[in-house]
Design a protein around this ligand. Structure first.
Ligand SMILES: [Zn+2]
Length: 461
């Protein structure tokens, strides 16, 4: 793709299908009554938060509403500790709370919090068919403005379809006061867009050659998420050190990636295999010192693992030859492989293994088609390789940038061994029918070889 002109936040907002306005500034919370009056048909508002996020901005939001004479229904405030989980069960708690309030059809839920609170409210509001308003308290994820909410359901990470907030009020003071690890998490989520871009290039080409789980590149969404991405990362790396400009830039960039998701009703523009790595670790409830590792920190390590995988895969200048002992597994063999990879004890018939078996079998092509695809991928290897390597910064450069943004860069920092960090690639390839470099390596029969190359190499050390 040729580099285009970077679009403004306003221009990107115009591409969004659900979000109508985003207020970003020091006094943004004072604008909430106006947002409500201009964009909602409502009788009252209802705040959903946790104790930490309520302490961060709850008073200002309540004061702004009360000064404007806007009634407030009973708030739902979750405990601040242990940290709230992005699990469907809590979304159900929120919808039950709202539905039990008198005249709930006229309520506007206000999601006051970081990524988890927002995803839970997004899901609950969508179940109740109510448009909601989002008050982010940290530049921690891209999900504030995205279509869909990534939640655990019976232990399996899934993206549920649900509408983005109609409006957002973002206090830059709240972003500055948020714990530094939340800002670095947002940075990690944004760094993942590098791989989202290279995987989209791969998927577009593979899709044209007959691969499943692909989407052609949408030029506008590509421009929104990819143009100037490396520069944006370099300029926002100081968000973790509470630099005001860096934080504002980071929040805007994350919001824009959400608008791109709204436009396409898909997370393809913002999520490639780096997110599959993070989803695997989310299902495993990865934690350090008793606290769950944030989404963005898992994405940061996933981004480096994915970058190393991509580098190792495209290291040869000519297409790889299939390994001598590789053959397409039968459905039964593939199912056994997936079950062996997901050993987490679960209730029989449910849980990650069942969902992964279903997905992996959906992806398993019949032999003739698989062979034709492998041949076509080999024929187009050079072109794909060139386009991908043009976008992918060298591993060391990416690692230094991610470290500068305050993110973990070693598996040990998120409580994993290096071997576990690399091996998660196998499961990552099994959990989603979204074509990435992992699938291209699998379809060419060199998946194991690429992992062996990663093991020997310097990545994640
Ligand atoms: Zn993410």
């Amino acid at each position: 793709m040729t580099e285009q002109k970077k679009l403004s936040l306003e221009e990107c907002l115009n591409a969004a299908t659900e979000t109508k306005e985003l207020l970003l500034g020091r006094d943004a919370l004072e604008g909430i009554p106006r947002l409500l009056r201009e964009h909602y048909d409502f009788t009252a508002a209802c705040i959903i938060a946790d104790e930490n996020t309520d302490a961060a901005a709850g008073t200002q939001v309540r004061e702004a509403l009360s000064a404007a004479g806007i009634p407030l229904a009973a708030s739902l405030v979750f405990p601040g500790s242990p940290r709230l989980h992005a699990d469907c069960r809590y979304a159900a708690r929120i919808s039950a709370h709202i539905a039990a309030l008198p005249g709930y059809r006229g309520l506007v839920p206000i999601a006051l919090g970081a990524g988890t609170v927002n995803d839970l409210v997004k899901r609950a509001a969508s179940e109740l068919n109510l448009p909601y308003l989002c008050v982010p308290t940290a530049a921690s994820v891209d999900g504030y403005t995205s279509y869909g909410a990534a939640l655990l359901s019976e232990g399996f990470k899934q993206t549920f379809p649900c509408a983005a907030p109609r409006t957002l009020a973002v206090s830059t003071t709240a972003l500055r006061e948020a714990p530094a690890y939340l800002s670095s998490s947002g940075f990690g989520d944004l760094a993942g867009k590098i791989i989202a871009g290279t995987d989209w290039i791969i998927a577009e080409k593979a899709g044209a050659l007959g691969a499943p789980g692909t989407e052609p590149i949408d030029p506008l969404a590509w421009n929104m998420t990819q143009t100037g991405l490396l520069d944006t990362l370099r300029l926002s790396a100081d968000a973790v050190r509470k630099d005001a400009e860096a934080l504002e830039l980071l929040f805007s960039a994350l919001s824009v990636t959400g608008f791109a998701m709204q436009r396409l009703r898909s997370s393809r523009p913002v999520s490639g295999c780096e997110h599959l790595w993070s989803h695997i670790w989310e299902m495993e409830d990865l934690s350090t010192d008793g606290s769950p590792v944030t989404h963005g920190h898992k994405v940061a390590v996933g981004t480096l693992a994915a970058a190393a995988f991509t580098e190792a895969f495209f290291a040869p200048v000519s297409p790889p030859l299939p390994s001598l002992n590789w053959k397409l597994p039968s459905r039964a063999e593939r199912e056994a492989e997936v079950r062996a990879a997901f050993t987490t004890p679960a209730i029989p018939g449910t849980g990650p293994a069942e969902a992964a078996v279903k997905t992996a079998l959906e992806k398993l092509m019949e032999e003739k088609r698989a062979k034709a695809l492998a041949e076509a991928l080999r024929d187009n290897w050079k072109e794909i390789r060139e386009k991908v390597l043009e976008r992918l910064p060298p591993y060391d450069e990416l690692r230094d940038l991610i470290a500068r943004g305050g993110c973990p860069v070693l598996p040990g920092e998120i409580n994993l061994s290096r071997g576990e960090g690399i091996a998660a690639a196998r499961r990552a390839q099994m959990i989603r029918n979204r074509y990435t470099v992992l699938d291209m390596a699998w379809d060419l029969g060199v998946f194991g070889e690429v992992l062996a190359k990663m093991e020997e190499g310097p990545c994640l050390r």
